[in-house]
Design a protein around this ligand. Structure first.
Ligand code: GLN
Length: 512
């Protein structure tokens, strides 16, 4: 067993789990160390929308007692976690990054949250996100952006930038995310952390505030591939409360992460992902990673997925269509905000609804509701939504053809390293392009993972490599991810995240 670092917040989840099981540290100690860290640095990073100090300590105390009583506990029992604010938490505020849900206290837990509680993971708090998970930077959060611990003037990715920055600033050893078009993988890439979007249906969607139901997928975020696998195993599995949940055991992700073996695997480099528009440093780290995989005994071939070119266009018809329908429930009657129209004496329900939606939704959400209702309107349904669904089928076919030849596919996760806050805020198209490489997996429902690939030469900021596998074969992500991670740790002389400036030491951090 590896010794724990003196600063418990620097330990991996798996090392903490071992120490907790061995009784060398208590969950209260580990949880308190993270709460102290949050108090010291979250003023700079703004990863959390809500910190549940009392709740976390109470859960930690309970798991310590269960352990003392000799109960057999799950692998991650006692390891604290941060939960993305898209997931309902009973008795704990859930805003989804929107003014619309300000002050809403859900009466129930999402299934994922229930699973975390049952497995004994104290919940530290709720992480920041773009409003209703629409965005790639957290700048669309109604509560202000999170910052990238590598450079506080830069974005931590989105929509799950709260969860990625929590990990990269050591404010939690684990976090949850949701990925509708890349919101777990792109934030992981720009912060040098790890994130997995499981196979569609692999993790329950019950209790997630829905963005686009046919694309949404909850998944695990961690600092190492093994940590992420351990969390995947806790979060995943069949849920009768979600009609699209897969009725099968969680794939053997932990075993695969421990085996970390790629010998004899066939790996396809997606020709359409990684060319024009990709930063040279991102591309260089990707090519290097592919070479490492080859050295580890994998066979690498180039694979063409010609319809991926249309993925972004199809996504921005399908997602707004589904979102416009899902967000119709925010009607001033059922949840959260209610605004009365100004200067109207006896307002109708419709007027209250309009005033509330005008005040409660931010500009990106409004943009997508307008796009979606337009794409679904009777005269245009076939031309827009219908065509997009056909493109979606072609993309799934591209994956099927590719997986006839290779076991996994790889590409850079995002085209660039973290950009500066404000740089893309006024240009929706530039913002959307961040997900060009991650969106195909959501359209086809296949699993994907991002792990750090190194530092880009131009700016010294981290880049990510994406691994994609066939549906239900999530374990392959972990075999490849863990093998490559070990090779990259050798190549860089340690985890890439260790090169991030030390937060708390203001002089070392740009923008502090
Ligand atoms: N950035 C993408 C979007 O804005 C993906 C969002 C997500 O995965 N939740 O739609």
């Amino acid at each position: 067993m590896t010794d724990l670092p003196t600063d418990l917040t620097r330990a991996t989840a798996s090392a903490l789990a071992d120490a907790l099981a061995a009784g060398t540290v208590s969950s209260v100690e580990v949880t308190q160390a993270h709460l102290d860290r949050i108090a010291a640095v979250d003023g700079q990073v703004h990863s959390y929308l809500h910190v549940d100090t009392e709740g976390a300590i109470a859960q930690a105390r309970e798991v310590d007692e269960r352990r003392r009583a000799g109960e057999s506990l799950g692998a991650l029992a006692g390891v604290p976690i941060a939960v993305k604010d898209v997931m309902t938490t009973k008795g704990v505020p859930t805003t989804c990054g929107s003014k619309m849900l300000e002050g809403w206290i859900p009466p129930y837990d999402a299934t994922v949250v229930t699973k975390l509680r049952e497995a004994g993971l104290p919940i530290l708090g709720k992480t920041n996100m773009d409003e209703f998970a629409m965005g790639s930077s957290t700048e669309h959060s109604a509560y202000g952006p999170s910052r990238n611990p590598w450079d506080l003037e830069r974005i931590p990715g989105g929509s799950g930038g709260g969860s990625s920055s929590v990990l990269a600033s050591f404010q939690a050893p684990l976090a949850t995310g949701t990925d509708t078009g890349g919101s777990i993988r792109q934030p992981a890439a720009v912060t040098a952390t790890v994130g997995t979007k499981p196979t569609y249906g692999g993790v329950s969607r019950y209790g997630l505030v829905a963005l686009a139901s046919s694309l949404d997928q909850a998944g695990p975020c961690g600092r190492t591939v093994l940590d992420t696998a351990l969390l995947h195993a806790v979060m995943g599995g069949h849920d009768p409360m979600d009609s699209t949940s897969i009725d099968a055991p969680v794939p053997p992700v932990v075993e695969a992460a421990r085996a970390a073996d790629v010998k004899g695997m066939r790996i396809g480099v997606v020709k359409e992902l990684g060319g024009e528009g990709y930063q040279p440093g991102v591309r260089a780290r990707f090519d290097e990673s592919v070479a490492l995989l080859q050295e580890l005994g994998a066979e690498v071939v180039e694979v063409s997925c010609p319809n991926f070119e249309y993925a972004l266009a199809a996504y921005y018809l399908i997602l707004p269509s589904e979102a416009s329908s899902n967000l119709a429930k925010f009607d001033a009657m059922r949840y959260g905000l209610r605004v009365l129209p100004e200067g109207v004496d006896d307002p109708s329900a419709e007027q209250v609804m309009a005033a509330t939606r005008d005040a409660g939704f931010g500009p990106e959400v409004k943009r997508r509701i307008i796009l979606g209702t337009y794409a679904l309107s009777s005269g245009y349904y076939d031309a827009y939504y219908g065509s997009a669904q056909k493109v979606r089928a072609l993309i799934a076919q591209d994956f099927d053809n590719a997986y006839g030849r290779v076991d996994v596919l790889v590409s850079p996760t995002a085209p660039t390293t973290a950009f500066k806050l404000g740089d893309k805020l006024e240009d929706p198209m530039a913002m959307y392009l961040n997900d060009i490489a991650t969106i195909p997996a959501n359209l086809a429902g296949v699993p994907g993972m991002s792990i750090p690939s190194g530092l880009a030469d131009e700016d010294g900021l981290p880049a990510g490599i994406q691994i994609l596998a066939p549906a239900t074969k999530d374990e392959r992500l972990y075999s490849v991810g863990a093998a490559l991670e070990a090779a990259l740790v050798d190549r860089w002389g340690g985890p890439i995240l260790d090169r991030a400036p030390a937060l708390g030491d203001a002089a070392a951090v740009k923008g502090a």
